[in-house]
Design a protein around this ligand. Structure first.
Ligand SMILES: [Zn+2]
Length: 239
């Protein structure tokens, strides 16, 4: 059976002597594994598309051991990322988060579209790539049912007045009255930054002006939240 699917290559690992094993997040079939035969040879027509960040339409055929790549209609390869190490690292983190969150053969259309939107901005805009990664992490938590409410206490739902506490074990934000033993006070800069990114659309992120140090601290907060919920340890970004 042959099939054409739209998707984004999350990972490409060496497989057998001349092949690669691609992890593709597709619109209709979710996360799938595809063998790209012979693509390590310089003569392969599919070589350029059998790597991370390739987005397009993939033609697949059902082989004995699973899907085999037959052809690609590429839309974008985001090649420019390779020229900027900082952008590249943050974009790799987007792919890594998708790979770790998605289970095989379950559909994640919202997550795929969000990943593409953010990778495009990392690649083509001058916006701080770490801020873009933060927005991606914030939205992913939201899509997966772990949204961060930067306006109300997670426990009593009353609006935050001044002090906000972060539960280290659950990642929840709590007010002074509800704080538990494992809470630490959340840094005011990070708290304001979270409120800003929770209300701004992806397309308007260029209007957000935040100091690099605040973005870094917000990243640590979101990363901790994400790793608590999904046991994610990203290899592409260090704390
Ligand atoms: Zn409360």
């Amino acid at each position: 059976m042959d099939k054409a699917v739209s998707g984004l290559v999350l990972k490409a690992i060496d497989y057998k002597e001349n092949d690669k094993l691609l992890t593709i997040l597709t619109l209709d079939m979710g996360k799938i594994l595809v063998v790209a035969r012979g693509v390590k040879k310089s003569t392969s027509k599919l070589k350029a598309y059998s790597q991370s960040f390739c987005f397009g339409q993939f033609e697949l055929s059902q082989g004995k051991g699973g899907w085999v790549l037959v052809g690609v209609n590429p839309v974008d390869n985001f090649f420019e990322l390779l020229a900027d190490f900082d952008k590249y690292k943050q974009a790799c983190a987007v792919l890594e988060i998708c790979d770790k969150i998605c289970v095989e053969n379950q559909s994640y259309p919202k997550l795929l579209l969000e990943a593409l939107k953010i990778i495009k901005q990392i690649n083509y805009s001058a916006i701080n790539p770490k801020l873009l990664l933060c927005k991606f992490m914030f939205n992913v938590l939201n899509y997966e049912g772990f949204g961060i409410d930067a306006k109300h206490c997670s426990c009593c739902r009353s609006p935050f007045m001044n002090e906000v506490y972060l539960s280290v074990s659950t990642g929840e934000l709590l007010c002074h009255a509800c704080k538990t033993e494992d809470c630490e006070m959340l840094d005011g800069g990070v708290f304001s930054a979270l409120k800003i990114i929770s209300s701004v659309e992806d397309e308007k992120l260029s209007t957000v002006k935040l100091p690099t140090s605040v973005v870094e601290r917000m990243f640590v907060f979101l990363y901790r939240n994400l790793s608590n919920k999904f046991e994610i340890r990203l290899g592409s970004v260090e704390l």
